[in-house]
Ligand binder design. Structure first.
Ligand code: NAD
Length: 364
């Protein structure tokens, strides 16, 4: 047996357990084809953890995640917990685990397959060929700065501090240069340097690091201009790096170019090779338990895990290619099917992808 990797599995709520089970089926095939071994430890996060452990992020979950090489997460949340106080909400568990694990770099690819252009709400000529990656700083900036709320004459006042330390900018920007190198070597750094001091520091750090990556073409862009250009001509972008709040908004905007949330994966990386991998979509309570959820986003998240945490680029590429081939052949789950009657379920979609992975390995 070759290398061995430990994965903490957090199925979560709603369709989370259904789509995670399928990603694990794919990983089982990778074990066989690549001669590696994945040992799985299950833990609870979100609504299920609230129900069974009284907290959305049990200590046991944190401990298991710390002991592992990577975490695979489904999704958390649902109407059952919507009216809970903040400390008993599933999303609190999600924010908590990102912080506990030091996951500062959020990678969100958005790609448009030729066979899927009809699903986007934008014109075919605008979205055809889109293949970009938004890298969002995840643990600094406005969301984590000091918050104040006080009363003064004339009404209440509220403020959120936007704070960045040079080392926080440096580590995310280095990641971005490295990711851009693995893609088509074009990086756009997005800020608001004409107005914000934190952006001016951001830009200074980017410019300081750029000479270390002479093979990567760098461009700075203001966030408002980037938001417009993403809709007008998204194909100009390859890798985008930006701070937390700008990234929150731009990564959602970019994902909507493709029009199919059931297909988009994400990675949240810490220092070294450790990362947490999860689909962009939520727990989809409206379709939970029906066996119709699209497993593609979670399967592609597992592929990102192979690439970024385990250095298994060949297996990751095979999974991506298999997904593309299956979609190109016209197989669709209900969320992306034009003809709903011909849609396949979660398990059938996975079986087709697995069959395709096997045939890619046979051909190689
Ligand atoms: P959602 O992504 O769960 O669902 C939005 C729509 O997309 C629904 O119609 C759903 O059926 C569909 N959909 C999503 N994923 C799909 C898939 N894989 N296959 C087929 N269809 C899919 O977003 P929402 O409805 O706004 O949120 C539902 C719950 O999920 C809420 O409790 C929310 O807080 C939570 N949520 C969790 C995460 C996370 O865990 N990272 C992210 C977003 C939302």
């Amino acid at each position: 047996m070759g290398q061995s990797f430990k994965i903490t599995v957090l199925p979560g709520d709603g369709i989370g357990p259904e789509v995670v089970a399928e990603a694990l089926n794919v990983l089982q095939v990778v074990e066989e084809l690549e001669g590696v071994s994945f040992s799985l430890e299950y833990a609870k996060l979100g609504g299920i953890a609230i129900d069974e452990e009284g907290t959305p992020l049990p200590q046991d979950t944190i401990d298991k995640a710390h002991r592992s090489d990577a975490v695979l997460l489904g999704a958390v949340g649902g109407p059952k917990w919507d009216n809970n106080p903040a400390h008993l909400r599933p999303e609190t568990g999600l924010l908590g685990i990102r912080k506990e694990l030091g996951l500062y770099a959020n990678l969100r690819p958005a790609f448009m397959l030729d066979c899927m252009v009809g699903v986007s709400s934008l014109k075919e000529e605008v979205v055809k060929g889109v293949d970009l990656m938004v890298i969002r700083e995840l643990t600094g900036g406005l969301y984590f700065g000091e918050k104040k709320r006080y009363a003064e004459e004339g009404g209440e006042v509220a403020s959120d501090e936007m704070i960045y330390h040079e080392h926080e900018i440096e580590r995310i920007v280095r990641r971005a240069f490295e990711v851009a190198r693995l893609r088509s070597k074009r990086l756009v750094s997005v800020d608001k340097a004409n107005v914000l001091e934190s952006s001016r520091l951001w830009r200074k750090v980017v410019d300081r690091l750029a000479p270390e990556y002479p093979d990567v073409e760098l461009r700075h862009q203001l966030v408002d201009s980037c938001a417009m250009e993403l809709i007008r001509y998204p194909k100009q972008f390859d890798t985008i790096v930006t701070e937390n709040m700008f990234g929150d908004i731009l990564s959602d905007e970019a994902s909507m170019l493709t029009g199919s949330i059931g297909m988009l994966p994400s990675a949240s990386l810490a220092d070294g090779n450790f990362g947490l991998y999860e689909p962009v979509h939520g727990s989809a309570p409206d379709i939970a338990g029906k066996g119709i959820a699209n497993p593609t986003a979670t399967i592609l998240s597992a592929a990102m895990m192979l690439k970024y945490s385990f250095g298994m680029e060949k297996a990751a590429a095979a999974i991506e290619k298999a997904v593309h081939n299956v979609l190109n052949s016209g197989v669709r789950t209900g969320d992306i099917a034009e003809n709903k009657e011909e849609a396949v379920g979660t398990k059938e979609m996975t079986s087709k992808i697995i069959a395709e992975i096997r045939s890619i390995y046979v051909q190689a």
